[in-house]
Design a protein around this ligand. Structure first.
Ligand SMILES: [Zn+2]
Length: 137
């Protein structure tokens, strides 16, 4: 199950070289060639799935077990204070490669690498209820 035009499938097939951190039967972890910070890693299922929604639950479970393993490895071996686990889905969310993948981005205090700007105003009770009713309808 692979896509011939997919760069991550080519990495899995070793047609494109990568700096592999870890590999097993189902998953692979390698260094991002455009790292946001030192040690920025990508974890992928070896099979081609477009987005989170396409990943069967058992594959998802195995994928995130590797995400945890690699996150702990980065935390232990690199001099970092924390890390972000980021998983983009669809173009609007910044997914650039349509082979579902997880970023692990090492962070240090004050690095200013990723800044989530949280809104200063709270939603009203009515706004929250409106969304909740859509989700539950
Ligand atoms: Zn692929």
């Amino acid at each position: 199950m692979s896509d011939e035009t997919c760069i991550f499938c080519k990495i899995v097939q070793k047609e494109i070289p990568s700096k592999i951190i870890f590999e097993n039967e189902d998953n692979m972890a390698f260094l991002d060639i455009n790292p946001i910070s030192e040690g920025h890693a990508i974890v992928i299922p070896k099979k081609h799935y477009n987005t989170l929604e396409d990943l069967p639950d058992d594959e998802l479970s195995k994928l995130f077990q590797v995400v945890k393993k690699i996150a702990m490895l980065l935390h232990e071996k690199l001099n970092i204070d924390g890390y972000n686990v980021v998983q983009n889905n669809f173009k609007a969310a910044g997914q650039e490669i349509n082979h579902s993948h997880v970023h692990i981005i090492p962070r240090t205090f004050g690095d200013m690498k990723i800044r989530l700007s949280l809104p200063k105003t709270s939603a009203t009770n009515e706004e929250l209820d409106r969304v909740l009713s859509k989700l539950k309808s």
